[in-house]
Design a protein around this ligand. Structure first.
Ligand SMILES: Cc1cc2nc3c(=O)[nH]c(=O)nc-3n(C[C@H](O)[C@H](O)[C@H](O)COP(=O)(O)OP(=O)(O)OC[C@H]3O[C@@H](n4cnc5c(N)ncnc54)[C@H](O)[C@@H]3O)c2cc1C
Ligand code: FES
Length: 262
């Protein structure tokens, strides 16, 4: 793990409230694996005090990509950071996805695209076949990101969209698209890897359990340290007790999570 000041190479607006941050992070980027995350301080000084966790969206050479949505004060401050400034971060952190399965199905809901696009690129770079089911509320505000992902992955793995308003791909929830994809894949499905809002992950876990397909989920939890010390990120574990999202996760086997208590 590295803890560094990284220069901002770009902080680009991709849609309404959606930004892609490119950092020069030579001590972190080469070690980054899909599903891992970094803790990022969005400003110099002590306000805001706590770093924010962000999935690693990509890593190329010494550059690290973060895809983020403005939801509160920290991400609003981050969205105003200019090229050439420096930000403090530490990582890569946590356990990422196990990408060793044959023909995995990747599932992303909304900002869950951030780590799943990294996983998709990772598999594509190795020439490994995979399916990618990506769900959005609708195309509005996401056009640039959706088109960019399509161009990037064209010809390397099969990318299918769902949208709740029908403006992109199949109308409905991404879990319905996943069910269709698993039915078409039959016994050749090599497991499901998912990231998105908690209700979506719960539904993905249920679909996979019904079909007997192995499932890994990347879970979000409030995080103060990212290092296993504060216990702020506890996730109820199947069979009792808790798992720390920042240490045992953020990627966990769906079967390891107590979905009733999450
Ligand atoms: C392992 C991990 C990876 C993450 N990866 C990404 C990523 O790639 N891109 C991205 O945009 N965000 C990601 N997040 C969420 C991100 O950390 C939060 O959106 C961010 O910390 C919010 O900071 P803020 O100061 O802007 O908002 P705050 O002022 O802290 O909160 C503003 C509002 O957002 C809500 N909120 C805060 N955190 C979350 C969360 N984790 N999920 C849903 N709502 C939340 C709060 O409840 C509140 O309503 C990740 C979180 C974790 C734990
Ligand atoms: S964030 Fe502190 S223990 Fe996980």
């Amino acid at each position: 793990m590295g803890a560094i000041w990284a220069e901002v190479k770009e902080n680009r607006k991709l849609g309404e409230g959606i930004y892609r941050l490119t950092l020069h992070a030579p001590a972190i980027a080469p070690k980054a694996r899909p599903g891992q995350f970094v803790m990022l301080r969005v400003a110099h000084g002590n306000d805001p005090l706590l770093a924010r966790p962000f999935s690693i969206h990509g890593a190329a050479g010494e550059e690290l990509l973060i895809l983020y949505k403005v939801v509160g004060r920290g991400t609003r401050i981050l969205s105003q950071v200019r090229t050439g400034k420096t930000l403090f971060l530490w990582g890569p952190l946590g356990r990422g996805f196990d990408l060793s399965g044959e023909r995995p199905v990747l599932v992303a809901g909304g900002m869950g695209i951030a780590p799943m696009a990294f996983a998709a690129r990772w598999l594509a770079a190795q020439g490994r076949p995979a399916a990618f089911c990506a769900g959005l509320p609708g195309l509005a505000g996401w056009e640039h990101l959706a088109r960019g992902l399509e161009e990037e992955l064209a010809g390397s793995l099969s990318l299918a969209w769902s949208s709740e308003d029908g403006s992109l791909g199949r109308r409905g929830l991404v879990t319905e698209l996943l069910s269709d994809t698993l039915a078409a894949a039959g016994a050749s499905s090599g497991g499901v890897l998912a990231c998105g809002p908690m209700p979506m992950l719960r539904a993905v876990a249920r679909v996979c359990a019904q079909r007997g397909v192995a499932c890994q989920v990347s879970l979000e939890a409030p995080m103060a340290c990212g290092l296993g010390a504060c216990l702020g990120c506890a996730i109820p574990a199947a069979g009792g007790g808790y798992l720390r999202a920042c240490q045992e996760g953020p990627v966990l086997a769906a079967a390891a999570v107590d979905w009733e208590r999450v």
